[in-house]
Design a protein around this ligand. Sequence first.
Ligand code: GLV
Length: 301
Amino acid sequence: MPDWTSAFARLAPHLDVRFWDDPTVDPAQVHYVLVWDPEPGRLRRYPNLKVIFGSGAGVDFIVRDPDLPKHIPLVRMATAGAAQRMAEYVTWAVLSLMKEARRSARLQQERRWEYFEPERIATRTTVGIMGLGHMGSAAALMLKGVGFRVIGWSRSRKDLPGVESFVGQGAERDAFLRESDILVCLLPATEETRGIISASLFARMKDGAGLVNAGRGMQQVTGDILAALDSGKLSGAVLDVFEEEPLPPEHPVWTHPKVLVTPHIASLPSRAERAEHVAELIRRHARGEALPNCYDHARGY
Ligand code: GLV
């Protein structure tokens, strides 16, 4: 909280910024909230709320509230810093798969100098990104810069320089999956994306493909991923998200020799960056301007 208050005091001194459990806060005086996973029913208790700001890019922990006041704009935290960080994470993950980083880490731990030759080179590797929104587009462009061929699959056709766009559930999706040497999931959490990373998806891909999931854990069937790694269908995976977080210590994914696990850290802008973004959007809202990156309840993201 001190980080937030000092950032807002610097950026928007006219705002009265309080922790929402502060008992002296009068709910009728609250115009804006910045939240990640409010307890269900909580947001409904502020009768004069004008905007709900999600403190993350995904707002799935906010929209699961059955009493969420849906007429109030809900803004996703789509900052430039979040997109940059996600692009960095994805680039790191893809390069780690390509250079077999997990293998080197294991050999180092065992003090074993065991020569191997990572075969892949970016210029002959296709990275397929599922989800070409704010984060996916930034990742696509960064990977292009490294030399990869990059293709994307999304609900609507995208026009990104040098990135081939595939849409829909039919032949284009299948071609997208067939062409991807490394598949990256940056999809939003919706009912349509639940469990999408599963055996039936891997069956449409080439043997020995790599996988990166920095979307949401609910999108993956981790047991199917482990089975695909064991059978050789997948050659490696970098996973930042899990069905259950924190990932339980006894989960087999922790020790799998072909998996790199990160603790849901792919893209979190600093509090100062997020405060700057929110302060700017509050200024725009006060001037009557439209807010960007609003959650669409019908679309589900
Ligand atoms: C993190 O997962 C976020 O949604 O920002």
